[in-house]
Ligand binder design. Structure first.
Ligand code: GCB
Length: 607
């Protein structure tokens, strides 16, 4: 049976209690916790907020950079009236892996730091009593983890994370923890696929339950009025004169699912859904059959103090900034984000390219600067002894991401890797497996893509044929021929695009990254790299290039906001390519980009 990844909701038949708040916390550098009984009682715990990354809470460097095992613990109460139901504890994410113990017994384990999992505790908890939960988490990276990296050991014996990617390895319980009580027979999941028909929309649905009682499905309009219903685990619903979900005009219906025994409701679950279609056709993206040009950003879950911990005020501010600047799309670079992000995008009418944490798939200390990429020299990332294990973890992450996110109208595409090394022989076999899996798992068959690294060209990259649309990360005028050489950068950029133009076929192309590091306090006339003036010039050059190729159908700037990275000579306390600062205030370029995006029609280059 698949693990239910439904969002936790209280309904007529379901109860939820938030376990967010202050938990006990302790590092376990020698990994002796299990043996020494820490699952029952943590020695000298300090307090740690959940959800949050632990890193930037600390004032000492050892704790901030800590790499290895660490524990969280909490006493929680289970109501007596919940006996005879199914009781679960749901973690929306623990980075990067977790083992969960309740009242001393190990209940479950989960690999991967950006997707949810449940610990079923029905037979372990004491009802009408306090119970004890302990989570043994670990934040180490390897070449089989998503994301990939390694752990170095300093001469003094301290472990240190070395990510193969360009964001800080924030760690902890990053998203909400929920205690849930479900009826023993309950809904595990559902799918709903829309087709536009004369006079309305058809919704083909499936419902999965863990029992055999009858299933009923209803659709309610935004006022809560029931407009259509059906019975059965598989069926069709028809919504007359359907109010379609559109960019920045997001009409939402509610799907209501019940398991019934005659008049008795065994389980009920409701969720807001949008009716829309999305497809790639003739080098265009079509939303409800009409062309859309994608404008927006690659983003990160990243903010002061809380790191990658879910923070609703920051999230809301991000959407306000994205609306203000005229964006309509973002990529969840480089991992699936908190479920609340997708819910907000559903409500606000934003388009999401949903990315699995397959980043750092390259032998390089920072994947943004892989000097030998594109030379045709085999690097062999997909031919290692460890590749089968990596593929297994990759497939698990894809399965969980698509199962979790498949019903969001905002999710228009799956990004299955970011900047993998893709010039060697094993690339095609590996890519085929992950691209086929995404297609098989998604009843809507959303288009699939991956972000192609700089210098990886049509004749050297072996993976691009698998993509339904092409996504390029390009830094002409920044990593390549920056500053006074920008005119040469433009020439070479156009040369590359002329090459892709010959072979892209029906596939549209978008830029999933382009950007220039910019210090928000730097003004310079004439411009120099890192000044606000140069960020504008860099964007102008890139936009002029995009505007001259019809098959380019989208521009996602890197990055929405400045974000934290590992320290080093390439980064001045983080990556500064944000159009907004880390505190979500505009750099000069924000006004520049707003002027362009406000003027571009939604169906730009649609004819
Ligand atoms: C990239 C990576 C992204 C980096 C970015 C940069 O190609 O995909 O994670 O942050 O470049 O700024 O170098």
């Amino acid at each position: 049976m698949e693990q239910s990844l439904l969002y936790p909701r209280t309904t007529e038949t379901r109860r939820t209690v938030s376990l967010d708040g202050m938990w006990g916390f302790q590092f376990d550098p020698t990994g002796k916790g299990v043996e020494e009984g820490w699952a029952e009682k943590l020695p000298a715990p300090i307090q740690m907020p959940v959800p949050a990354s632990f890193n930037d809470i600390f004032t000492d460097k050892y704790s901030r950079e800590y790499t290895g095992d660490f524990w969280y613990s909490l006493d929680f109460f289970v109501p007596g009236e919940w006996a005879n139901n199914e009781v679960m504890i749901r973690f929306a994410s623990v980075t990067h892996r977790a083992r969960v113990f309740v009242n001393g017994a190990e209940i479950t384990a989960h690999e991967g730091g950006f997707l949810p999992f449940n610990a079923e505790v029905t037979d372990i908890v004491r009802y009408n009593h306090f119970n004890h939960i302990a989570v043994l988490a670990n934040n180490e990276l390897s070449e089989t983890t998503l994301p990939a990296g390694k752990t170095a050991v300093l001469a003094n014996g301290t472990r240190m994370t070395q990510p193969y990617f360009d964001f800080y390895n924030y760690s902890g319980i990053h998203r909400p923890v929920t205690l849930m009580c479900l009826p023993k027979e309950h809904v595990l999941g559902y799918t709903a696929v829309d087709t536009l028909r004369t006079g309305g929309a058809q919704i083909d649905y499936t419902v999965e339950t863990n029992g055999s009682h009858e299933v009923m499905v209803e659709i309610m309009d935004a006022e809560g009025k029931r407009i259509t219903e059906s019975t059965g685990r598989v069926g069709k619903l028809f919504v007359k004169k359907a109010h379609l979900w559109q960019v920045h005009n997001a009409y939402l219906y509610t799907i209501h699912i019940e398991i019934r025994d005659g008049a008795h409701v065994i389980d009920s679950y409701s969720e807001r859904i949008g009716i829309r279609t999305f497809e790639v056709k003739d080098s265009h993206f079509l939303l409800n059959g009409k062309p859309v040009y994608l404008k927006g950003f690659g983003r990160h879950e990243d903010a002061d103090i809380r790191g990658k911990g879910l923070d609703l005020p920051t999230l809301k501010r991000d959407f306000e900034c994205m609306k203000w600047i005229g964006a309509n799309c973002f990529r969840t670079s480089h991992y699936p984000y908190a479920e609340e992000v997708y819910q907000m995008a559903d409500e606000e009418g934003f388009l999401i390219i949903d990315e699995v944490p397959a980043v750092g798939f390259m032998q390089s200390t920072n994947n943004f600067l892989a000097a030998n990429q594109g030379t045709g020299k085999p690097l062999g990332w997909f031919e290692k002894e460890t590749t089968p294990e990596l593929l297994k973890n990759h497939k698990q992450a894809i399965t969980e991401m698509i199962t979790r996110d498949r019903n969001h109208p905002s999710v228009i595409a799956w990004s299955l890797l970011n900047e993998p090394q893709c010039t060697s022989e094993g690339t095609e076999a590996y890519f085929k497996e992950v691209f086929d899996l995404a297609h098989a798992l998604d009843p809507e068959k959303r288009p699939r893509t991956y972000a192609i690294i700089m210098m990886s060209l049509p004749n050297t990259s072996k993976g691009w044929q698998f993509s339904d649309f092409l996504s390029l990360n390009r830094y002409y005028g920044w990593y390549v021929q920056g500053g006074y050489q920008i005119s040469d950068a433009e020439v070479n950029f156009r040369k590359e695009l002329d090459g892709w133009q010959k072979i892209h076929g029906e596939r549209p192309m978008i830029f999933t990254e382009y950007g220039a590091d910019t210090n928000p306090s730097e003004h310079k006339l004439p411009s120099v790299m890192w000044s606000q003036e140069y960020q504008d010039e860099y964007l102008d050059m890139n936009h002029a290039v995009f505007d001259s190729y019809d098959y380019i159908q989208g521009e996602l700037i890197w990055n929405f906001a400045d974000f934290q990275t590992t320290e080093g000579i390439m980064r001045a306390n983080g990556n500064k390519k944000g159009i907004f600062t880390r505190q979500r205030q505009p750099k000069d370029a924000a006004f520049h980009v707003k002027a362009r995006w406000d003027a571009l029609p939604l169906d730009y280059k649609g004819k």
